[in-house]
Write a protein that binds this ligand. Structure first.
Ligand code: NAD
Length: 342
């Protein structure tokens, strides 16, 4: 089994080398992202391994099919970059549904605490022996209301963390989970917008959730609301967010993902002029923190990603089926057998 590994970073290699070697998979690492221009690099391989900003659109899928590359192994949970309908019958698409929900949920809380306690400002001040506290006043999380959109694996861990801080939770999910905690309530989206002091996004990017935070949604929010997005950039209309920050409607924003991130994030662009004015203006704001799609990046997550991805490929090649194969209809696992699928 030969695997073409796109958008490879130094931190990917140790764990993938170890697990792939154990299972006899030969991996060729390409630094470039997979897209229509680079897909021919996969010629002669049995599968491609891709990450969040690789492009697996209809043209790429057709070319993979022509070259008899039968597997697209996503080394992530989200699959909004794959044209699932087009993939059906041409390539098997497998993913890593859960590698460490703690990594992403904990990063979300790290961003929130950094922002509201002004740690990012304090760190720079004390490095310069500036011990002034002016402008560093924060607020307690205890007793505040957090609105969590998407209560899957990551959303539920984030809810637990918030409960540990004594926060009330308003949740919204297309498929609500059973809850016993009195401080957690599923509510309609409108109520979540109106009542939350902090809103955190943990749903996938789909047609339904694209720009779920737009100008109209922000208009319904409390003045001073804190927006957290560690899920997918296009859940938030970045220009509407910028406008709401300038008008003081939004009190702070923490973004690990950004709608137009694919050409910027994960790379060192420090020597370049940033062409994206919206991102540049957001980053310039004192109450905005941007991290570069870093939420997943823990040792535990990298180990789990490599182990599951390699096992997915072994399951497909040796058994012809894999529990983590995506269903093109519902986007869940292929054998999901839920009523939404069959
Ligand atoms: P999950 O599938 O376990 O949970 C997603 C939840 O969203 C489910 O409960 C689902 O019912 C709900 N949902 C689906 N459509 C919805 C809609 N229209 N409105 C409201 N809720 C809806 O996924 P997860 O493992 O918790 O991951 C959540 C997201 O986090 C992923 O889709 C991915 O985009 C993102 N993610 C980001 C990073 C990062 O490094 N920043 C890492 C991993 C995952």
């Amino acid at each position: 089994m030969k695997l073409a590994f796109f958008d490879a970073k130094p931190y990917d290699k140790p764990s993938f080398d170890r697990y792939a070697q154990q299972k006899g998979i030969k991996v060729k690492y390409f630094e470039t992202k997979l897209n229509e221009d680079t897909v021919d690099l996969a010629n002669g391989y049995d599968g491609v391994c891709v990450f969040v900003n690789d492009t697996v659109n209809a043209a790429v899928i057709d070319r993979l099919w022509e070259m008899k590359v039968g597997i697209v192994a996503l080394r992530c949970a989200g699959f909004n970059n794959v044209d699932m309908k087009h993939a059906h019958g041409k390539v098997h698409v497998v993913r890593v549904p859960a590698y460490s929900p703690y990594a992403v949920a904990e990063h979300t809380m790290a961003l929130l605490l950094t922002s509201i306690r002004r740690i990012h400002k304090a760190y720079i001040r004390t490095k310069d022996f500036n011990f002034s506290l002016s402008g560093l006043t924060g607020f307690d999380l205890h007793g505040k209301t957090v609105g969590v959109i998407g209560t899957g694996r990551i959303g539920r861990v984030f809810v637990d963390i918030c409960r540990g801080f004594g926060m009330k939770v308003l949740a919204y999910d297309r498929y609500p989970a059973p809850i016993t905690d009195e401080a957690v309530r599923y509510v309609p989206l409108e109520e979540l917008f109106a009542e939350s002091d902090i809103i955190s996004l943990h749903c996938p990017l789909t047609e339904d959730t694209h720009h779920i935070i737009d100008a109209a949604a922000l208009e319904k929010c409390k003045r001073g609301v804190v927006i957290l997005n560690t899920s997918r950039g296009a859940l938030v209309d970045a220009e509407a967010l910028l406008f709401a920050i300038k008008s003081r409607k939004v009190g702070a924003a923490c973004l690990d993902v950004y709608e137009e991130e694919s050409d910027l994030f994960f790379e060192d662009n420090s020597g370049h002029i940033l062409e994206d004015d919206t991102l540049a203006r957001l980053i310039s704001m004192p109450n905005v923190i941007v991290t570069s799609h870093q939420a997943f990046l823990t040792e535990e997550a990298l180990e789990n990603i490599a182990e599951t991805t390699v096992q997915n490929i072994v399951d497909l090649t040796e058994n012809g089926q894999c529990a983590n194969e995506l269903c093109y209809r519902c986007g869940d696992t292929k054998d999901c057998k839920t009523e939404r699928c069959f």
